[in-house]
Design a protein around this ligand. Sequence first.
Ligand code: TXA
Ligand code: MG
Length: 311
Amino acid sequence: MKNINYSIKKSIKFLKNNECIGIPTETVYGLAANAYSKKATSKIFSLKKRPKNNPLIVHYHDLKGLKKDCYLNKDFKKLFEKFCPGPITFILKLKKHSNIAQNVTNFKKSLAVRFPNHPVTRSLLKKINFPLAAPSANIYSRISPVTKEDVLEEFGNKIKYVLNGGRSSIGLESTIIDLTNKPKIVRLGGLDTKILSNAINKKVNYKFNYLKSVKFPGQSKLHYSPGIPIKLNIKNPKKYSAYLLIKKKKIENKNFFYLSKKNDLKQAGKNLYKTLRKIKKMKYKLIEVEKIPNLGLGKTINDRLTKASFK
Ligand code: TXA
Ligand code: MG
């Protein structure tokens, strides 16, 4: 975290050269490029092996930048006031004359936008005159990274630079709300949907059929996956499996991996991807998970584990 000004300067140089770099956010690390450049953003797709029809989230420092690209509505303004910068992504109508590269949206008329709350990345965003397209910095369908080292594990020397910002404090991706029509949650995330719907005084629906495929890849099928079978709601784990827990048990076992010892869902969220990465490295062949309460961030954790459990 030393010499942060130097690291930011270096990041800007790469970004201006149409290169991709890793950036820290409070949710997960992103693989960032100039959102106004087709050349730069096309590198994101090839590095991640991401299907071209899966649009990217664009990161802004403030409203001034966003207004050039999107139409802002009332619900957006309320939510922005309350939760930004923070772990929420909005889908808004894209302005016709916006400079956003067309491959960012896959030629759609909407754009996913976010204001990350990480001091290092905020300071980077403030110093550049273009927004940053940044999906999570992992190879497509794999576990999202929460440290600089995780990003390097995914891409090695295929990317030029990773801006270090320490460990992501939330550790789960942002909540995505579609505001182009009636407000609708399209991905559960780091911000509890109840708090969100209270803020706009509207019921915000999230109905997701995990078995049916949906419009946007990455929101349905195998995703966030360590590449190991995962079984949920397990009371009596097998001896050879890695067992994920959130409540301290009387007995100890070397295959127990605590996401939290106090049933603390925030802490469990922060530890989820880190722990899955560790288990993968230890070459376990099966992951079993204790029942996780389906409320607040527990819903997001269950969502990620369910998606990761698909074959
Ligand atoms: O926390 C986060 O949101 C992280 C950090 C780096 O900001 N980013 C992230 O990006 O999770 P990504 O690309 O891994 O996930 C973005 C999701 C994808 O599932 C994509 O399909 C959806 O957002 N998305 C992007 N643009 C969209 C649009 N116009 N309409 C609907 N969904 C969209
Ligand atoms: Mg992702």
